[in-house]
Design a protein around this ligand. Structure first.
Ligand SMILES: *[C@@H]1O[C@H](CO)[C@@H](O)[C@H](O)[C@H]1NC(C)=O
Ligand SMILES: *[C@@H]1O[C@H](CO)[C@@H](O)[C@H](O)[C@H]1NC(C)=O
Ligand SMILES: *[C@@H]1O[C@H](CO)[C@@H](O)[C@H](O)[C@H]1NC(C)=O
Ligand SMILES: *[C@@H]1O[C@H](CO)[C@@H](O)[C@H](O)[C@H]1NC(C)=O
Length: 281
């Protein structure tokens, strides 16, 4: 009796898992390198764990490392779990971003960059969005947890409606598609997902005042559980629609409490008024 009901439960689970993975182009099952490849090997500094679950990127004085997705996506949602460099990570930048191919001057990019810091000081999550080679849409956040002690999920949703950035499921940033009102929006070039770890101590930490301490190198960041769902009609749940009231309230909470820079509020940089999308609801 007990055995029978256990088996039944297993079957139900198997069916559910089967159904869930059908909709995914890259699922969390299997090996991470089924879908991501270490393309900036850096003399072995970028590597996949033998069980295929984790990509480790490392950085020392001689080189950083990085990976990219094997597929390109024309609209997608991606989720990736990252564990950032512990202790003194000042000067380092750990990234996760979508970027189009082709000429740099016309590229599209949705950028998450984790700027390291001294032990006990907060990481900064720097975000930016480029269309046709032009960015200037920087927003920065501190996180409401220590991102170095455990894996946390960072997500980019890119649809024809909007771009969303989420941290552990909480939306922190939305850029709506206002192309119909003349605001450039990435909508014509497929993008690939990239991750990398590199040294940027000329600007990354406290404006470049704090340099990388190479005596504690190598620095290591880990990535796991990559999923990407390519565009399919109705395939995003509520992400393909306007955010609901609860999601908007969560985003407001994150922005009210953890946003530390917003280009829309930088009047020194835009003395004649913020860019037009800043005023569009
Ligand atoms: C980080 O620092 C703590 C205490 O200062 C130490 O115990 C730990 O080994 C360090 N971790 C790494 C990865 O260096
Ligand atoms: C992208 O920028 C180039 C100039 O670099 C311009 O000629 C082209 O029209 C732009 N494309 C779009 C879709 O705005
Ligand atoms: C590092 O810590 C300082 C002091 O708490 C903080 O002002 C800064 O935003 C943090 N992040 C970076 C990348 O400098
Ligand atoms: C892996 O990612 C999926 C989808 O983002 C999530 O549902 C699942 O809980 C994650 N697994 C772990 C072990 O965190």
């Amino acid at each position: 009796m007990a055995v029978g009901s256990k088996m039944e439960a297993c079957c139900v689970l198997a069916v559910l898992v089967g159904l869930c993975t059908v909709a995914r182009t890259a699922s969390a099952e299997g090996r991470i390198d089924d879908h991501l490849e270490v393309n900036w090997v850096g003399g072995g500094r970028g590597s996949v764990s033998p069980d295929g679950q984790v990509i480790s990127l490392s950085l020392d004085r001689d080189s950083g490392s990085g990976f990219r997705s094997k597929d390109t996506y024309m609209y997608a949602r991606t989720d990736l779990q990252i564990k950032l460099i512990p202790n003194n990570s000042a000067g380092t930048v750990t990234t996760c971003y979508f970027m189009s191919e082709g000429s740099w001057g016309n590229h599209d990019e949705i950028d998450l960059e984790f700027l390291g810091n001294l032990s006990g000081q907060p990481y900064t999550l720097h975000t930016n969005i480029y269309t046709n080679g032009t960015g200037h849409k920087e927003q920065q956040f501190h996180l409401w947890f220590d991102p170095t002690t455990d894996f946390h999920t960072y997500s980019i949703v890119w649809t024809s409606l909007h771009i969303l950035v989420l941290v552990d499921g909480t939306p922190i940033r939305e850029l709506k598609n206002h192309a119909d009102r003349g605001v450039a929006y990435p909508s014509s070039q497929p993008m690939r997902l990239y991750g990398s770890l590199w040294n940027a101590d000329d600007w990354a930490t406290q404006g470049g005042r704090v340099k990388t301490d190479w005596s504690v190198a190598p620095f290591v960041a880990q990535y796991r559980n990559f999923t990407a769902t390519a565009s399919s009609p109705g395939g995003y749940g509520y992400y393909d629609q306007e955010m609901d009231a609860a999601a908007q309230q969560n985003m407001r909470w994150a922005r009210d409490n953890y946003m530390v820079y917003n280009y829309c509020a930088d009047s020194r940089r835009f003395p004649d008024g913020s860019p037009p999308e800043c005023y569009m609801p």
